[in-house]
Design a protein around this ligand. Structure first.
Ligand code: UFG
Length: 329
């Protein structure tokens, strides 16, 4: 029996595939390669170029492979783009997941772990954020992810499928081997943008606002290493395989770092001065997002291994230094 990883050529998906293979699992990857990279897929995984919105392709996958459980990363994930082109997000994230679930139900595949996000909370009522806190997304990306959670819930009631939603905070870092890492086009995330400066691809980093109600005025985020996220997916899948009920877990380190602190860590890791310039706030950024991940630790037995931000940035830097232009297409 195999594990199907949808979106397994993307950033978090490809790292999860590496951990699954390392754990000796049989892995099938499907990805439409619109934002993912074939070179990011572990050579031991069986690869299908397929889109989750394509019902025939999904049916064929479930007919060809004996799938025990699904890990679903195949979604659009840029907050800014979701505000400019919301229908793209409804189409890819919600229509895509509808088609996928229909095919799973038709083929009796009843376990799914999927990427949700801290963006389901919107502006938090308090930090650290608990899974039971208010969910009021402030962007279309978060709205579609929350709707995916609800879609799983109703599908579960009607068809007995079981799911785990993993609400990630700020995914970052790269595989410790340096084989795979983060590559987005366009890049919008803080750590890879900072590292473009020592890589000679950008003159300075912009700090989006220094007038937030935080100690140094810049936004605070909870940065979590991608390998730790990958491990959480395997634990969540094993939890479902062992009969676990539907559940939602936050995944973060429970420690917040400001934008200025992250830039300082990158200066120390790279030995480069990394000039920074304060710019206006970016629309829709909450001042602080920090997770309580106690539930994932107690229920799933999750133990993040890369909690130190220096180590996280060092793994990212090793990847970006050796792949300044990302993957070859
Ligand atoms: N930032 C800068 N300068 C930049 C880029 C980012 O100051 O050039 C700041 C942002 O304003 C934010 C912080 O750095 O305060 C982190 O920004 P990212 O874009 O790296 O990450 P976000 O916190 O905006 O987004 C992350 C995930 C999203 C998810 C969101 C949940 O990438 O997928 O958390 O709110 F939706």
């Amino acid at each position: 029996m195999a594990i199907l990883v949808l979106g397994g050529a993307g950033y978090i998906g490809s790292h999860t595939v590496y951990e699954l293979i390392q754990a000796g699992r049989d892995v099938v990857v499907a990805d439409n390669l619109l934002t993912g990279f074939r070179a990011a897929v572990h050579p031991k995984a069986r690869f299908y170029q397929a889109d989750i919105r394509d019902r025939a392709a999904m049916d064929k996958l479930f007919q060809t492979e004996h799938i025990d459980g699904v890990i679903h990363f195949a979604a659009s994930s840029q907050v800014g783009e979701s505000m400019a082109d919301p229908l793209k997000y409804y189409d890819n994230n919600l229509c895509g997941t509808t088609t996928l679930l229909r095919s799973m139900v038709a083929h009796g595949v009843d376990k799914i772990v999927f990427s949700s996000t801290a963006a389901t909370y919107g502006e938090p009522e308090r930090v650290p954020i608990l899974e039971t806190d208010r969910t009021q997304p402030t962007n279309c990306y978060g709205e579609t992810k929350l709707a995916m959670e609800r879609m799983m819930c109703w599908t579960s009631r009607a068809h007995g499928l079981r799911y785990v939603a993993l609400r990630y905070f700020n995914a970052c870092g790269a595989h410790p081997s340096g084989a795979i890492g983060e590559a987005h086009d366009p890049e919008t995330h803080l750590i890879p943008l900072i590292l473009q400066v020592p890589n000679g691809k950008r003159e300075k980093i912009s700090i989006f606002g220094d007038d937030y109600p935080t100690p140094d005025g810049t936004c605070i985020r909870d940065y979590i290493h991608v390998t730790d996220l990958a491990q959480a997916h395997i634990l969540a899948l094993d939890y479902l395989l062992a009969g676990g009920e539907n559940n939602v877990f936050n995944l973060g380190n429970g420690v917040g770092f400001s934008v200025k602190e992250v830039i300082d860590v990158a200066r120390s890791v790279t030995g480069h001065p990394i000039p920074a310039e304060v710019c206006p706030r970016r629309a829709g950024d909450p001042a602080q997002l920090v997770a309580s991940s106690d539930k994932a630790k107690s229920v799933l037995g999750w133990k993040p291994q890369f909690a130190d931000l220096n180590t996280i940035v060092a793994t990212a830097w090793a990847w970006h230094k050796s792949h300044p232009n990302g993957y070859d297409r």
